[in-house]
Design a binder for this molecule. Structure first.
Ligand code: UDP
Length: 237
């Protein structure tokens, strides 16, 4: 792997990444594949914070659309992110990578609470820290959680792994003429309502000057390439 350009990063994966080819839930074989890519980054000397969504299990909006109280449904979504974090921790530790989960909703039987100074210490010791339960409040998403943790942990960049290889001016799955941006500024993303991350997450990154690197997790090895400044991606900055 080429030399990484970053000292510390926040890696955001949506929950759907853990489903593999399934329609729902967690595919341990697929989580193991993802974990190998994350471990390779850590082995190259980059300090890695992670946030994993919960959309493979439950999204608050989906529950609310079927008549549930939105806040109640959002808390269920946050719990889903803790399950995903534990699955990733398991896969990373099976590769010999020490990993800690810190949850914004305290549950001390299964993981630590979010304590910034403790997370710092974990990173110094070469551990990966997975931040679960988003910001710990309903009406937010794990994108906002990722932006918040990237800011408080002083990450050099927020890497957002998705099913597409960057930000396009139209949906590339529907429009073959859609063009990918190499770089784009935060304000254009917000003004044009481009689906990078939710608006509060983009604004938080903008205000704290954290570049958002959007890349595809579908190609094997792409994560490491993008971390070393190569590979296909869009940088929001
Ligand atoms: N959620 C929340 N507050 C947060 C983070 C997440 O209420 O700070 C809930 C929300 O219902 C969300 C669900 O958890 O839909 C799962 O997170 P998200 O949709 O961000 O997951 P992803 O789309 O990345 O898989």
């Amino acid at each position: 792997m080429a030399k990484p350009q970053y000292r510390r990063v926040l890696l955001k994966l949506s929950g759907e990444v853990l489903m593999g080819d399934q329609q729902f839930g967690i595919d341990p074989a697929f989580v193991a594949e993802m974990a190998k890519e994350v471990a390779a980054i850590r082995d190259s000397g980059v300090e890695v914070c992670m946030v994993i969504g919960g959309g493979n299990i439950f999204r608050g909006m989906a529950g609310a659309a079927k008549g549930m109280d939105r806040a109640q449904a959002d808390y269920m979504g946050m719990l889903a992110t803790v399950m995903n974090a534990l699955a990733m921790q398991n896969a990373l530790e099976q590769l010999g990578v020490p990993t800690r989960v810190q949850s914004a909703i305290e549950m001390d039987k299964v993981c630590e609470p979010v304590i910034r100074r403790r997370a710092e210490r974990h990173l110094e010791k070469g551990r990966i820290v997975i931040f679960a339960a988003g910001v710990g409040a309903p009406y937010f998403t794990t994108d906002s959680g990722a932006a918040l943790r990237a800011a408080e942990m002083k990450c050099d960049a927020l890497f957002k792994g998705t099913s597409v290889d960057g930000v396009y001016n139209a949906d590339p799955k529907k429009d073959p003429a859609a063009k990918r941006y190499d770089t784009i500024d935060y304000d254009t993303v917000l003004a044009d309502n481009l689906k990078v991350m939710d608006a509060s997450a983009v604004a938080l990154c903008r205000d704290n000057k954290i570049p958002i690197v959007v890349f595809s997790i579908r190609e094997r090895g792409n994560m490491a390439r993008v971390l070393s400044g190569e590979g296909t991606k869009t940088v929001v900055c």
